[in-house]
Structures are given as C-alpha cells and as structure tokens.
Write a protein that binds this ligand. Structure first.
Ligand code: LLP
Length: 433
C-alpha cells in the first residue's frame, strides 16, 4: 500500500485499514472523527533517513509543519534540531522540553519580545531576516550584555518551480536579504560594525514541495560562492550554512519525489566540489525539512455524513471535517489521495467530489476521488499525507472544534492532542452579558 500512505498502513483481515497495527474503525470508535492518526514508525523512520542520508549534517525539523508538543519530543529524540518561527512555536518547543540550544529562530518580522525571549532562553541560532532586526538584536544584546551568534537569511534569487504561495527564494520576496540587489552584502558589512551581533553563518530556504534536486544544488552553489566572496572581500570565513527545507513528498500515487538519500548525496557532492574549487573549508551544514519529516506519517480519518448524487453532474460526498482541519486543497489546490478505510469493497470505483462541512464551496477534500460505487453514509474515509501543514494551519472556522490526534505503534495508541470541546471554542471570548 504505502505510496502516499504511512509505512505501516495495510489492510487488515477484515479489509479495514490498519496503521501501526491498529484498526481505523477502533480508532474512530474510541476517539471520534475527524482524527489525525500518526504512524510513529513512519515519523521516526523519516527522521532516521534524513540523518543517514545527510551524514555530518545537522538535520533541523521545521516545526511550522506540525508544532505539537509530542511531535517535537519525537523528532528531538531522533536527534533533530528544531526550527521555530514565532514566539508561540518557541513556547511550544520549551514546553516540550527541547534543549533551547538546539532551537533555531526564524521569522521575517520577529517582535522585540520574541527576540528578547530567544536571548533569555538561549536559543541556538537566530536567523536575521532584515536590517530592522539587526538593529533590534544589537539593542537587545547591549541591554543584556551579550553578543548573539546569528545567521543572515539570504534570498538567493532561485526560482523553485512550486506553488506561488510557497516560493521563497526568488528576488521579490518578503523574506531575507536579496542577494542580487546587494542587500546581503550590505547586511554583512553592517553587521561587522556591530558589537552585540556576530554573523556566524548564512541561511537560504528556496521554497517548499520541490521535486527535483537542481534547485537545491543551485542554492548550495550560490551560497558557497557568497561565503568565498565574503572571505575574499572581508577576510572573514563564515563557518555555518543552512540550506533550508523544501523537499517534496508524495500526496498521491502520481507524485514522485526524490529519495532522501539521493537528495543528500546531490547536496553533499556539490558542497564538496564547490568547497574544493573555492578552497573553502566545508562549513557546518544544516538542512531544515518540515513536510518531509512529518507529512507522510499521518492520515486523517473522516466519516461520510451525506451523499448527494446529481445525475449527469457530480456526486458530492460530505465528510465531518474539511478546510478547518486541512486548508491545503482550498489554499494551494493541493491533492491528497483518499481511500475507503473502514472496510474493503469490490464495487467499481466512481469519481466523486469529497467535500467538508463548511459553509463554502471551496471547502474541498478531494475532487475526482475514485471511490467504490457502494460508498455509503457512515463509511470511514482516510486522507493521505496530512501530517504537515494541516493541524498546524487548522482553524475553528464555523466554530468546529479541532480534531484529536493519536500516535499509533505496535498496536498501541497514545493521545497526542485531545479533541477540542465546545468550551474551548469560546474560551478566549468575553461575554457582554
Ligand atoms: N525553513 C524555512 C525557513 C521555511 O520557511 C520552511 C517552510 C521550511 C524550512 C520547511 O519547508 P518544508 O520542508 O516543510 O517544505 N503551508 C504550505 C507550506 C509552507 C512552507 C513554509 N515554510 C503547504 O501546506 O504546502
């Protein structure tokens, strides 16, 4: 089965989907739907593959993909560093007990409070994104009497061919110091005059859900050339290089992402060659995958609530969640594979439109999903590869409580996040009566 499904996904003897040795019907009965089901073996295995595929590289989990306490604990146990991109992600990592020195703080508009907190707890690296931030860090460092080691986020001018909303390496971007416009040079030069900020490396993330290795290779080349040029111009060799995340994953059987091992080899080979050519010592390297770590580990279980046949038009299958637990189809036209999960069926598949229960026509789960013709109300559907950017982008639209999440392994189930209640929905509201 795997394809876009987690490593332990298989059909049990009764035809129902099992993950981590647990039948999805039991999960739905005990925890309700919608439900995020995380395959612990899959998640740990993806971490291991990164560590093995990039020998000598510090693998950093981009927690924006899914910033839950338990997820952070698991990836830290696998030896990964963790990138946080807000005070809230930093807070979550601290609650999870992550060693602050293994944290990297990102963000194009970090507040003074976020930066100050990062200095207070001693995050490993701060990735400076703007001139304003350099000024803020200098002032904060002076107040605290510390010098902060930072990386400069460089916008390398690489146009990764991916969805417009998840491209970040091209010149006209809100992120980082644009190399082609001289901003990266200006930032580095300015930083040399600062007393409380020390640039020790550079960072570049070119985008997300990228399938080939070429954009990553180009990114490494541009960044190493930059390090060599700064060495020549300023006599300073920066020793750390973070090449960002962005590796694509399989959402459907039609997706063919690069294997981690090949991606690792391609990047490490080009780093080796380029460093040799430039007579540059190999910097400490980091990569920062989010989606590729957590995305494939998870499926979302939904129950079919209504089925509407429109002869000559479509069949609309509505499930009990939707864009509040997975905004990706609505926001990026993302396609996630869907399967009938609660039972087997030999009925001929027909293409149906699976939608959520929100008051919007854009509330899609999957268009043209080939599901068995005997699909019926009460059936359980599973949606593949929903570990990344679903829970972390979830909302309470239409005041739907956010789903629970469970971790499954070897027939055991552990709760990662309880289902929200109606009380949770109004917890922060203030009544005027
Ligand atoms: N590093 C930085 C600085 C990033 O901005 C990101 C993602 C990553 C690493 C991790 O990228 P990944 O390996 O996960 O592709 N919500 C979108 C994806 C947004 C990605 C934002 N930045 C989606 O659902 O496709």
């Amino acid at each position: 089965m795997p394809g876009p499904w987690p490593v332990t996904a298989e059909r049990g003897a009764d035809g129902a989907l099992t993950i981590g040795g647990v039948c999805v019907r039991d999960l739905a009965r005990d925890h309700g739907t919608p439900l995020w089901v995380v395959d612990e073996d899959d998640l740990r295995e993806r971490c291991r593959r990164y560590v093995a595929g990039f020998p000598g590289v510090d693998i950093t989990y981009a927690s924006k993909a899914w910033c839950a306490v338990g997820i952070l604990q698991l990836v830290e146990e696998q030896g990964l560093f963790i990138d946080v991109a807000s005070g809230g992600e930093l807070y979550t990592a601290l609650v999870a007990g992550v060693d602050p020195s293994r944290l990297i703080l990102h963000g194009n508009n970090k507040s003074v409070a976020e930066l100050d907190r990062a200095l207070e707890v001693g995050v490993g690296r701060i990735v400076v994104d703007s001139f304003d931030e350099l000024d803020r860090l200098e002032a904060l460092g002076a107040q605290r009497g510390v010098t902060t080691p930072v990386w400069l986020r460089i916008t390398p001018g690489i146009d990764a061919h991916t969805h417009e909303y998840v491209r970040t390496g091209h010149d006209d971007s809100k992120f980082g110091f644009t190399l082609s416009l001289g901003l990266a040079d200006e930032a580095f030069t300015r930083s040399l005059a600062l007393d409380h900020v020390e640039v020790v490396g550079v960072h570049a993330h070119i985008g997300s859900q990228i399938f080939g290795t070429d954009p990553f290779i180009a990114n490494a080349e541009v960044m190493l050339d930059l390090l060599a040029r700064w060495r020549d111009e300023h006599g300073v060799v920066l020793a750390e290089l973070n090449l960002g995340g962005g590796m694509g994953i399989r959402y459907t059987h039609e997706d063919h992402p690069v294997e981690v091992q090949r991606y690792g080899r391609a990047v490490l080979d080009v780093v080796h060659e380029r460093c040799t050519t430039l007579a540059l010592p190999r910097p400490r390297l980091l990569v920062e995958p989010g989606r590729a770590i957590v995305g494939p580990s998870t499926v979302t279980l939904y129950e079919v609530g209504t089925i509407k046949h429109l002869p000559g038009l479509s069949t609309w299958v509505s499930v009990d969640g939707g864009m509040s637990d997975n905004i990706r189809p609505a926001l990026y036209d993302a396609e996630h594979e869907v399967m009938l999960a609660g039972r087997a069926s030999s009925a001929e598949p027909t293409a149906v439109t699976v939608v959520g229960k929100h008051c919007e026509s854009g509330d899609l789960v999957r268009e043209h999903a080939p599901l068995p013709g005997d699909l019926t109300v009460g059936d359980l559907l599973a949606v593949a590869a929903t570990g990344a950017y679903t829970a972390s982008m979830a909302s309470n639209y239409n005041q739907l409580p956010r789903p629970a999440a469970v971790l499954v392994r070897d027939g055991q189930v552990r709760l990662l996040r309880r289902r929200e209640t109606d009380e949770d929905l109004v917890r922060a509201d203030v009544s005027l009566r």
